[in-house]
Design a binder for this molecule. Structure first.
Ligand SMILES: *Cc1c(COP(=O)(O)O)cnc(C)c1O
Length: 437
């Protein structure tokens, strides 16, 4: 239903304003010329959902995910039973890791594994990096990073008696009218990096503002200081092309349930540059990470390859939907996905300027598309109050306390008209919650 037609029927006060027809027309033509428009049918229908803008938090299922899960259960698990371990399951963390590495990370084979949650994978990689710099005492990290990253660093620094040098994100883009957009700049890392730095842990894309850090420059700065980098790619993987090998990244991790649509709790990936693998150790030394798992040997002998980062039985069932998404990603390529993503978030900002800025909503993400990730954050004090009405209407953004909405239109599953409906609905809900403009 078009919100121009929608009336609450309570006679006035909450009457919804019409949507500007030129913006609807523009959305229609962007859809008509979208080379990836047909990909939207590759995702499961969501009855009642008018606009799904939370691909940055949980991607939608592919259309065949349910079928794949059920046939896996019937044929593989049910039919092959324990034989399945010899027929691909045991290798799955590495075979699927290689696929994901090639399709999305710019990682050559033998460097990517599918592990546990991002939190656990990061824990392993941070320890591994620190073990490679035993004489250094400092970690550089972002004081405003996603909580899990900060908590891990706190805990690991405490465990190992290290000092954390916290970086506060600073202004990265200035415009007169918008909120201050913050992120971590290379010069900030350069100011702190030195002989004592063991490790720099940062997110490639800021989960709040969507700002894309200069990963190659920061990696280079860390290396010049003799330190290693661990990059959190949660908001990058599946949203934009990565080139980890070429950028000389040491370690990286990311989740598969955001832009990689693997489903709630789908396991995270880890990347370890091949040059580090032979000397790398990790703290969760389990039976699946050894040279010969089924020998049940007396002591831990790490596998010579990336398998040493596998700990216990992998979440084979949890990897099934991710395989379906990788089929799609391999089909279109990350360059095309990034182009669509930027077009979608450009359009969000165009809609913001016309529909939301007049209500006093502030833009909290970069206007410059080249440093903007897959989502756009907006701020208004009535966002929380507007949320129930939005959800009720099938418009689903991501609320961030205290006053933010993140709008993350997942590139393959989202259309421009859907984005238009979503932003228009946000305007209406804010007006109903008492915003004026
Ligand atoms: C989503 C996200 C995580 C998630 O961690 P899990 O252990 O998978 O829950 C971690 N770091 C960042 C930056 C994220 O955006």
């Amino acid at each position: 239903m078009d919100s121009t037609e929608r009336r609450r029927g309570d006679g006035g006060r909450n009457e919804v304003r019409p949507g500007p027809t030129h913006l609807r027309g523009r959305a229609g033509s962007l859809d008509a010329y979208d080379p990836l428009a047909a990909q939207r049918t590759a995702f499961a229908a969501a009855p009642g959902v008018v606009s799904y803008l939370d691909g940055n938090s949980l991607g939608r299922p592919t259309a065949d995910a349910a079928e794949r899960l059920s046939s896996f259960t019937a044929d593989q698990w049910g039919g092959r039973l324990i034989r399945g371990w010899d027929e691909g399951w045991f290798e799955k963390p590495l075979t699927l890791g290689d696929r994901l590495g090639t399709a999305t990370l710019g990682a050559g084979p033998g460097q990517t594994f599918i592990g546990e949650s991002t939190t656990v994978v990061l824990y392993k990689l941070i320890h591994a990096a620190l073990d490679l710099r035993p004489d250094r005492t400092e970690i550089i990290a972002d004081s405003a990073n996603f909580p899990t990253d900060r908590y891990l660093i706190h805990g690991i620094a405490e465990e190992r008696g290290l000092t954390v040098r916290w970086l506060d994100p600073t202004e990265v883009e200035t415009t007169s009218s918008d909120a201050t957009v913050t992120g971590i700049r290379p010069d900030q890392v350069a100011d702190l990096a030195g002989d004592s730095t063991a490790l720099v842990l940062l997110s490639h894309i800021d989960y709040r503002t969507g700002y894309i850090a200069d990963l190659p420059a920061i990696t280079d700065i860390a290396h010049r200081a003799g330190a290693l980098v661990v990059w959190d790619l949660c908001h990058s993987a599946g949203a934009l092309p990565l080139d980890l090998d070429a950028w000389d990244v040491d370690f990286a991790a990311g989740c598969t349930y955001k832009y990689l649509n693997g489903g709630p709790g789908s396991p995270a990936f880890g990347y370890v540059a091949s040059r580090h693998i032979p000397a790398a150790t990790q703290p969760i030394r389990g039976w699946m990470g050894v040279a010969s798992a089924f020998e049940m040997g007396p002591s831990y002998e790490p596998h010579p390859g990336i398998r040493r980062f596998v700990s216990g039985t992998p979440a084979v069932l949890g990897m099934v939907p991710l395989e379906s998404m990788l089929d799609l990603v391999e089909g279109v390529g990350m360059e095309a996905i990034r182009a669509k993503s930027t077009a979608l978030t450009d359009f969000v900002i165009e809609l913001y300027d016309e529909l939301l800025a007049p209500l006093g909503v502030q833009l909290g993400s970069p206007r410059d598309g080249s440093v903007r990730g897959g989502h756009v954050t907006i701020h208004h004090d009535l966002c929380e109050a507007a949320l129930p009405a939005l959800w009720e209407r099938g418009i689903i953004p991501d609320f961030r306390r205290p006053n933010g909405l993140r709008l993350g239109p997942s590139p393959l599953s989202t259309g421009f008209t859907e984005v238009y409906e979503g932003v228009l609905g946000i305007r209406d809900a804010l007006l109903e919650a008492g915003a004026s403009g």
